[in-house]
Write a new protein. Sequence first.
Lengths: 87, 152
Amino acid sequence: MKIKKGFVLRKVGGESVVVPVGEMSKQFHGMINLNETGAFLWTFFSAEHTVDEGVAALLAEYDVDEQLARADVEQFVKTIVANGFAE
Amino acid sequence: METERLKIEDVLRLQGKYVGPTVGVSMLPMLKNRRDTIIVVPKTERLKRLDVALYKRGDAYVLHRVLEAVEGGYIIRGDNCYVDEKVPEDAVFGVLTEFYRKNKHIVCTDEKYIRYANKRLKTYKFRRFFVRIKWKIKGACKKILRAFGWRK
């Protein structure tokens, strides 16, 4: 899974917000608020990776058990795909 | 992650800020169409000279610079525009506080930014003079091309 091109992740007052740029801003009108884990996964999935790789990356970055990490990554991927942000 | 479709004024009211892309060329060279990102907060007090106001003109959102606060509103103009506009106080609902120019983060209280904004206003008459000359040359060229049948 990989996030489509045309989005930028911005830090605004300690929060992470994704906004569209270029042609993507004609299709998507909005802003995506991400928590810390969401911002980490957004950056990670900006390159092509599998869910398992996402889980491994989350485990390496955060002190969290595998079950919770997998649930987070699966939920993230599901939301990204459902909203048409994946390619 | 949750998704909702809201108007900018609703986003400002609910979230206290709006982060989004810029659309249009009226704030060039500061903001480039669909490349840069603006961070706008709700207007909580009267705006002042150099502030960049977010307001609505019909259904369109406009982000232009305040030249002067006048009774009942503001005299406003885009950095790349040559026409002033009087905007009523109640039409303005947001103010630009930060922006990303490409990937460079700029805060509107930054001294360098304020110098830029001041310079943009100070050089307005000079820029307008040259733009008018450019328009006249362009118009003359079009007439010549039409006269020779090279342009409809």
